[in-house]
Design a protein around this ligand. Structure first.
Ligand code: BEZ
Ligand code: FE
Length: 286
């Protein structure tokens, strides 16, 4: 990948040589590779000074957009497919476990554990959905695993995107002796990723839409097992084939069944609702 042009190759080799005294061998390896790829990119594209400056200004704006609530760099990584690429590099095969996908910027560790069967939507408008899930490892029920669930509301917003909003549409459950957990919520909808910053400008400049297909996030863990970060996507969504962050995997697309009328919590009658039935698989730490 070092240029065949001796002038360009000399610059790359000089920078690589400057890392020779790096104490951490992994840091040296990563920096050398980064420099080779950056230089190859500039040669490949015959990058002009003006374009280089546009790139510098763009990355500066990405940094300036970051604060404790907004991580524009992760959003950039997501929309360039880098997050899913790193995910694929680190999970070359699912090996019986549930496939992984992006964490996204809206994860917040829940405040407390919720009881099985709780309504995590707490009256938020939407089509009621009852989730009956099980966590398995090597095909056997995994008890006492923690399960964090989070999703957007019917308008496509997470609680943390709304000023002053209390914890909503997110919860932590613990699997029972059969590895099961259940909860009420609402059917999620597609929504746009935050597109009012430089990443949104990049999407507009490339005629890309900012939408993610309807999904529910899950993070599941237990000591001795790899923590699973994944989503379940709802079949039929029009954005399944064009997710703005490339996070869809076929095995994560599920169909919701029609549920029989039933009673929720303290006697609330739910006539029509959807049922989400799914088993997750965790993998033991090697
Ligand atoms: C999300 O699904 O919450 C998400 C993932 C990546 C970027 C933006 C949002
Ligand atoms: Fe999401």
């Amino acid at each position: 990948m070092i240029s065949s042009n001796p002038v360009l190759a000399a610059i790359t080799e000089q920078v690589i040589a400057s890392f020779a005294e790096t104490e951490n061998p992994r840091l040296r390896e990563v920096l050398e590779s980064l420099v080779k790829h950056l230089h190859a990119f500039a040669e490949d594209t015959q990058l002009s000074f003006d374009e280089w400056m546009v790139g510098i200004q763009f990355l500066s704006r990405v940094g300036q957009m970051c604060d404790d609530k907004r991580q524009e760099f992760i959003l950039l990584s997501d929309t360039l497919g880098l997050s899913m690429f790193v995910d694929a590099v680190n999970h070359p095969d699912a090996d019986g476990a549930t496939e992984t996908t992006v964490l996204g910027p809206f994860y917040v560790p829940p405040l407390a554990e919720s009881a099985h069967g709780s309504d995590i939507a707490k009256g938020t408008p939407g089509v009621p959905m009852y989730a009956e899930c099980q966590v398995l490892a090597d095909g056997l029920p995994l008890s006492d695993a923690w399960v964090d669930v989070w999703q957007s509301d019917d308008d496509g917003y997470y609680d943390v995107q709304k000023p002053g909003q209390i914890e909503n549409l997110r919860a932590r459950f613990r699997t029972d002796a059969d590895g099961r957990f259940t909860f009420w919520s609402i059917v999620p909808t597609f929504y746009p990723i935050p597109d009012d910053g430089p990443v949104g400008d990049m999407l507009k400049a490339t005629s890309r839409h900012p939408y993610r297909p309807a999904h529910i996030h899950f993070m599941i863990g237990k000591d001795g097992f790899e923590t699973l970060v994944t989503h379940l996507f709802i079949d039929g969504d029009k954005y399944l084939t064009s997710d703005a962050v490339f996070g869809v995997k076929k095995s994560l697309i599920i169909s919701l069944a029609d549920g029989e009328p039933r009673t929720r919590g303290s006697g609330d009658h739910v006539p029509a609702h959807k049922r989400l039935v799914h088993s997750f698989g965790l993998r033991k730490v090697d």
